[in-house]
Design a protein around this ligand. Sequence first.
Ligand code: GUN
Ligand code: ZN
Length: 651
Amino acid sequence: MFEFRERDGLARIGTMETRHGRVTTPALLPVVNPNRPIIPPTDLANRFHAEILITNAYILGRGPHRDSVLRQGVHEFLGFSGAVMTDSGAFQSHVYGDVNVTNAEVIDFQKRIGADLGTMLDVFSEPSHDRARATKDVDETIRRAREADSLREDMALVGAVQGGLHTDLRERCAQEVSTLGVSVCAIGGVVPLLESYRFQDLVRVIIASKKGLDPSKPVHLFGAGHPLVFPLAALLGCDLFDSASYAKYARDGRMLFSDGTRHAAELRESGCPCPVCSDHPMKDISQNETLLAEHNLHVCFAAIREVRRAIAHGDLWELVERRARAHPALLVSLRELRLHNEFLEEFEPVDRRGALYYVGPETAHRPILHRFRHRLLERYQSPPAKGLLVLPEHRRPFMEGYAPVLARVMASADVHAVVKSIWGPVPVELDQVWPMAQSVVPDSLELESLEAADVFFREWAAGAGYPFGLLWEGDSSLEELRARAPGNRTVDWNASRVRATADYQFGRGAAEALLRGTISYVISKNTGKVRNVVVDGDHVLSLRAEDGLFTLKAAGAQRLHGAFQAPRLRVVIESDAVPFVREGKNVFAKFVREADPELRPGDESLVVSPDDELCAVAQSSMNRREMLAFKRGVAAHVREGVPPLPSALPH
Ligand code: GUN
Ligand code: ZN
């Protein structure tokens, strides 16, 4: 069973339960070679705090230790009381061309030695395999996954996803395998990609697989043991990694670092803060395979901890973009991500703690910014005006810096104002919406970012319906604005901010539904900003200072519920859960029947009964796919329960 508590991108900090304890993900599983354990499993537990390790059932079953493992069980044999995953020999078939075992035999052996997670014998798809070959191997892998499921009894099973570079086969294999009784889904066949730094292909393979996988199951990336790829792979939703690299590289005298690999013999200092590098001179380390392996493992575990830190803090994208500078192949893979924004955006939380930092021209293509531009096109309604004033990128929040300009222009020209920002067009009244006010961008921009900003701007401006747009170049622009858009404009900025934000956040038409009636605002004494929106005496919305988005109140939820047809903004729960949710209890994923496919983690949602009666207003913590898949965890945190209407009460 798997449950998560924090998320960022497709990454999650979760717990996976095993018969030998809980494992926190993302997790690194050090590979223990039973014939050559360079770091003893007791040390893995005590010195490296490994909660889980992986060893190879195929090697154990054929080697000299077969009888003792069968007699003692794998935990006692290894001297490790944490969780043990075993692999099946599929990788050996990739290396040696064939293996001398059947799927049924290797499942049986893993059961007998007491593996906490046992792996089916998948058919390794090489990246070079053509469609026909990959199809045949995927079909056989699916057949064996079914067979393994029927044989596993109470052993938790790892199902493998193959399909080479054929994305549709990957997706199909993932879909079929994750419908079975598997506890972990593993993406296989990627070692050749990792070994040759084909990270762009790796991205395509992981995303295609993730599209087919059940999001409630932890995902293992087979053979990914270099810290260079952990941030990227975790961002794309891989929860478990296994590393033989720490030992293999040590054998070759090489040291792993989070930004690459170096030959120990060529280093006078490693620059690494791990205990090995702190306590030993480089010349001792470089000649000692065990010290090298220990350093490598320290670095790998530290890299995993750094990923977890970034997930919890909400800056995993930044880490990935920064780490991508370590190798050109990673940079190429980073540029691949924008092609998958439609899928990635589904999982992207609506906001996060702290600011969004510009890292490079790739930053503008992050899903959160893709979403902003997309919602602007789909949801934002441009106010009528005779023209468009285009303001250049500026100190944020834009409205603060530009207030004097706006006052001067609008006194004598009827124009609407939009900032042509590095992230895309930002109507000035939306300047507080996360991450528009909360981003840190350079004062001067390189050509690629400027060109992208231009493209983003044109995409929006073409449909915005203004007869002209004029770029503000200082007071010299005033005359032309007056000539082309004669008149003036008085804007109630509070009202326009509230309207635009409501449509942006809840969908076009939301402002109309939420704000019909007599409106008043509660203004914060500290900031002068709108805090609460009251309509006809009802508190309908609160505007959050941190992210410029609304918290929906019950009265607001009622208005949206009346105006928007199902499934919009809805989380539909089972009848049994209705009374609890009405009392303010959270919505657990296992009680969710349906949900709006447009809901994103962090979005405000309407919790409704199967008959579409409003039961609560909540903040969702999952998207629809996840709500329907998870049997554990909270799908939406209820902000306020809504009692039944008097007419719906039993008489
Ligand atoms: N280890 C590395 N790659 C693979 C793979 O594709 N399948 C299995 N079972 N183990 C692996
Ligand atoms: Zn070190």
